[in-house]
Design a protein around this ligand. Sequence first.
Ligand code: NZQ
Ligand code: ZN
Length: 387
Amino acid sequence: MNNFSYSIPTIIHFGKNQLHHLKEIKEKASKVLLVYGGGSIKKSGLYESVVNELKEAGIEFTECCGIEPNPRIESVRKGVKICRENNINAVLAVGGGSVIDAAKIIAAGAVYQGDPWELVLDGSKIKSALPLYSVLTLSATGSEMDKFAVISDLSKNEKWGTASDCITPVMSILDPQNTFSVSKKQTAAGTADMMSHTFENYFTNVKGAYLQSALCEAVLKTCIKYGPIAVENPSDYEARANLMWAGSLAINGLLSYGAEVKWCVHPMEHELSAFYDITHGEGLAILTPVWMKYVVNKDRSKVGDMAKYGRNVWNLSGSDEEVCSAAIEKTRTFFTHSMKMPSSLREVGITDKTNFKEMAKKAANGCKGSYVPLSEDDIYSIYEEAL
Ligand code: NZQ
Ligand code: ZN
């Protein structure tokens, strides 16, 4: 196990009817930027409840709405401008990962002299940020409890992740009831996303991090048990609650501390979203089984790791080779059958290889130092296989 410094500072208020905690914002700020997406919170009634809480607490607010899935830098710039013009001193995101990610860079951009895209390209430039709060409405990214933000500039086919402790939310409200209205498609995509975060942490070359590995297996089993239940019955509280907490734990550092590895499926997927604006979790569900098969074929010493996953997560038995193959197949059919997700790039509208070379080049850079190092040619082959 590697050395590490533990720091997961976000206060979480988890469970039913936690919105009254919004008054805690008053301890740090009096004028808030309320950031939200395309209207789901208005439909569900959450918007009204949030606004009532802010008013009751005597917190003034200005709105920044219309944040897109795969949030755009243009929306971030708009939010930064509003902050500056209105002397905003805290940001409250109400939504999924896209809204929270945009709010993070708005919070950092508001106190930065240059263009916020510079903060996306280089997280070390984020030296401070307005305090950020969130009310999560979609279990997926873990943005509610982590230091990352992913922003796109689709005019350049670019989508990059940035990171800074300064943008980690101060407090997040996780009420599983707020996810009852999430569509089947987004529920499945969100579950695939948190599973992918867990896989990225689980398949590491660091030896002896037994506890982290066992925690990863527990998160994966939680997703496998409750993902299909939430897809079938969106108002199942137990399923929504377990998925919500799994999503936060998958990426907040708990699973990776001491077992760090460079992620690889995420850089590959970010290129799919950058070029084709597809849903992040769907891209991950398509790429993950293909990546698994590719890396165990490229490096046969990894068959044992995949077999361990098959035995501990899927209860499979047999030789390492048998369990390895069966585990990859189980993963694929879990996404396509149990979660009813697309199984190929064609199914999400990517019909030819035109951009694969450029995408592979960009992704290869992000994959350096990963579990099984992949070249541009390797990544091109994975895209081809996924087509
Ligand atoms: O915009 P609204 O109207 O709110 O609708 C959203 C959106 O259309 C809808 N939605 C959200 N909550 C809902 C709801 N619909 C009904 N009821 C609710 N309660 O769902 C759609 C997708 O929302 P989005 O926020 O885009 O989804 P998600 O949470 O999966 O976020 C995806 C983004 O996060 C990035 C992804 O790349 C992508 O850009 N990621 C962020 C990470 C992080 N910050 O750590 C890590 C991840 O790996 C990921 O890259
Ligand atoms: Zn992700």
